[in-house]
Design a protein around this ligand. Structure first.
Ligand code: MN
Length: 474
């Protein structure tokens, strides 16, 4: 459920009439070969669709207008086969409201020294055309991506694939709708923000609901529905009764099952794909939603605790970008400060995303010191290893700012038998002292979204597309 409908990208190849119809036919044939090969590579997550050659201002303008209104088109990839005078591109490029990638490549890999003549050089002058076209994009401040290299190389194709994920996330950003069950946690600063500005700048809709609106949905869930979903859990998770009787444990878990059904129904009825809860606002609820929230995060819904709608929306955005692989809401908790082992324990009071699990999660029931409710059920697991990117968004009063930090996640080796929550561990780059210091000095929050699937470059590409200030710590 990470995108609304099928997505594709349009491939627009630049040329001009100067070299005659024969040359244009060859350009078109080369473009078709490239399109087919890229689609068959298995590297690109979305299809590319070749368009008419871009050989006049009118043609370019009409293609870009169509890109704008077609919901299935997530962005445009351009390639300059020949020299394509860039004044022709000004109107269309200015009108284009979707991400643009300039693929600086050439049909032939090497220069054919034995046969090269002026005709060949005129037909294959990407180096010349790239500079003319790039100038206009730079002058128009288009914030387009430039990928350079031979189009058949896997590393070049991988860059296109990563940009496609960013472009789809950019498009889906305008479809992010956050339901807030309750307001922000009292007295907390970094989770606040300007919701109108977030809608203008990022396209996020953020709506408040009283927790009673959700309680009505919870009360409407039937025992049969709970039985059916509970049965699914048995295959997916270990059941750990701990010190509870089986009956008491099951009763607690069944409350969370009813929350999962109710929250999902509530969100789907309203077209919401992200949500927040607040342990201070649980009137009519027996438990703070824990296991239920974790299950919904695994399905692709964005989430953050304590009413933090900015992080919930960011979670949804990065889940779309990563196609919901190893990406989730996180909170900085406890430092490991032993020399040469410096790292940070990441968790939350319940709601750690199981897309980050390295082992089969177990369901446990345990008391929760805050919220003053019954003991909630939650999934407990160890986080997996991998190179990751940690992202946090804060409202600085005059503008939003994105903090991006690179980390190396590792699997814990020492058991923590009394820890009743999932744990994720990582080392901070460039080193613990400088990384933590830079994060704090820049005002980065304690709520983040981590991804072991995305790269800093992808996050920065998104930030540029929405004119968002960012700081990279690596
Ligand atoms: Mn929190």
């Amino acid at each position: 459920m990470t995108t609304t409908g099928k997505k594709e990208f349009w491939f627009v190849v630049g040329s001009q009439h100067l070299y005659g119809e024969e040359a244009l036919a060859e350009v078109k044939a080369h473009a078709q070969t490239m399109t087919d090969a890229l689609n068959e590579s298995g590297v690109l997550p979305y299809l590319i669709v070749l368009q008419d050659l871009a050989i006049s201002a009118d043609k370019i303008t009409s293609i870009m207008k169509e890109v704008n209104y077609r919901d299935e088109v997530a962005g445009v990839i351009t390639w300059m086969h020949t020299f394509s005078p860039a004044k022709m591109w000004i109107r269309g490029t200015k009108l284009l409201q979707k991400p643009l990638l300039h693929l600086a490549t050439q049909f032939n890999e090497s220069i054919p020294w034995a046969t090269i003549d002026m005709e060949f050089m005129n037909l294959n002058q990407s180096a010349h055309g790239d500079r003319e076209y790039g100038f206009i994009n730079a002058r128009l401040k288009k914030q387009n991506k430039v990928v350079v290299g031979y189009w058949q190389r896997p590393e070049v194709q991988k860059q296109i694939a990563e940009w496609m994920d960013v472009a789809v996330a950019y498009n889906e950003s305008f479809n992010i709708k956050v339901a807030r069950f309750g307001d922000n946690m009292r007295n907390v600063g970094v989770t606040e923000g300007d919701k109108v500005e977030a809608q203008i700048q990022f396209g996020w809709t953020v709506d408040y609901f009283g927790i009673g609106d959700l309680v009505q949905y919870v009360n409407a869930v039937t025992d049969e529905e709970i039985d059916a979903l509970f049965a699914e859990y048995e295959d997916l998770y270990e059941f750990d009764y701990g010190t509870y009787s089986r009956e008491a444990w099951e009763a607690s878990v069944r409350v969370q099952v009813s929350y999962e059904i109710a929250i999902k129904r509530f969100l789907d009825d309203g077209g919401y794909n992200a949500f927040t809860t607040n342990f201070e606002d649980l009137y009519g609820m027996k438990q703070l939603p824990g296991l239920a929230v974790q299950r919904l995060m695994a399905q692709g819904y964005g989430f953050a605790g304590e009413g933090d709608w900015k992080t919930a929306a960011l979670d949804r955005l990065l889940k779309v970008m990563s196609r919901n692989q190893s990406t989730g809401f996180m909170e900085d908790y406890t430092y490991e400060l032993a020399l040469d082992q410096e790292s940070a324990l990441q968790s939350h009071m319940l709601e750690v995303d199981p897309s980050l699990a390295s082992n089969k999660p177990k369901i446990i029931v345990s008391p929760l010191g805050i919220g003053n409710r019954e003991d909630p059920a939650r999934l407990v697991f160890d986080g997996k290893a991998g190179e990751g990117v940690v992202v946090s968004m804060a409202d600085f009063g005059t503008h939003y700012k994105l903090l991006i930090s690179e980390v190396s996640a590792f699997e814990p080796t020492v058991p923590a038998p009394k820890l009743p929550v999932a744990r994720v561990l990582w080392k901070i780059k460039p080193d613990f002292q400088d990384g933590v210091k830079a994060w704090i000095e820049n005002g980065g929050g304690h709520h983040t979204v981590v991804s072991l699937n995305l790269t800093t470059d992808q996050i920065v590409s998104y930030a540029k597309l929405v004119d968002l200030e960012y700081v990279v710590i690596k």
